[in-house]
Design a protein around this ligand. Structure first.
Ligand SMILES: [Ca+2]
Ligand SMILES: [Ca+2]
Length: 242
């Protein structure tokens, strides 16, 4: 009975710690761009399809796809072609985040976006269009810092599974891509763009994108990391006592 009591109290402590850590993380994350393509317009000034048009499998991801997603616009029929969509630039000095915090390596970024394409047609045999999201960090003079980060793209899109959606036996699934890291020293803003590329067959560039989300947030304070350590100790204690 005594062993059970120790284990339970350790678990309660962990639950409280987890609760406060979750709260701190949620309170400090700052969204600098969130685009779900549901509005009459979007920051990329791109065209949209509705999920009801059934060009893809249903979007089963979280967050859900809503009613609409971005398409890559018109390409040159029967030629490889590209459309580029600028999504604008966004200050990283948002939600109380300072340049000094960025320059001390204290701010992290999270990039997230969902991608799909039109049907399953292997490269060289039919349509194999795709879209890539690019995020470029810029300094105070709007000069690029390093190479742009990218989500989605050719390999990611080609790896998406497919299924029968009632209209096509080989409609493509939706997949989420994400990246996280430390905002580079000197960065003050980030420019966002989408590049959509079509293979030769067909006319429309079917690189599909939904739910683009970019956020920045402070790295956990040393005190918070200490709490993680304490949580680990409590877990170890609970395991030992069992
Ligand atoms: Ca949407
Ligand atoms: Ca196409």
């Amino acid at each position: 009975m005594r062993k059970r009591g120790v284990s339970t109290s350790a678990c309660s402590g962990l639950a409280i710690l987890a609760g406060s850590l979750t709260f701190m993380g949620t309170a400090q994350a700052v969204t600098i761009l969130s685009e779900n393509f549901e509005g009459a317009g979007n920051v990329f000034a791109a065209g949209t399809y509705t999920y009801a048009q059934n060009y893809t499998m249903p979007n089963l991801l979280v967050p859900g796809g809503g009613l609409k997603y971005m398409n890559g616009g018109a390409g040159i029929p029967n030629q490889v072609s590209t459309n580029n969509f600028s999504g604008g630039s966004y200050s990283l000095l948002a939600g109380g985040i300072t340049g000094a915090q960025i320059d001390s390596g204290s701010i992290t970024y999270n990039l997230y976006s969902q991608f799909s394409t039109y049907r399953f047609q292997p490269v060289g045999t039919g349509q194999s269009d795709y879209a890539t999201l690019f995020v470029q960090f810029l300094d105070a003079g709007s000069s690029p810092i390093g190479a742009p980060l990218s989500l989605g793209g050719q390999a990611f899109t080609y790896a998406l599974g497919s299924g029968n959606n009632g209209s096509y036996p080989d409609a493509r699934n939706w997949g989420a891509d994400s990246a996280a890291g430390i905002v580079p020293v000197g960065a003050r803003s980030a420019s966002v763009s989408i590049q959509a590329i079509k293979s030769a067959p067909g006319g429309a560039i079917d690189g599909y994108v939904d739910n683009v989300n970019i956020s920045v947030n402070p790295v956990p304070e040393p005190g918070v990391i200490g709490l993680f350590g304490l949580g680990g100790s409590l877990l170890a204690l609970a395991r030992r006592r069992r």
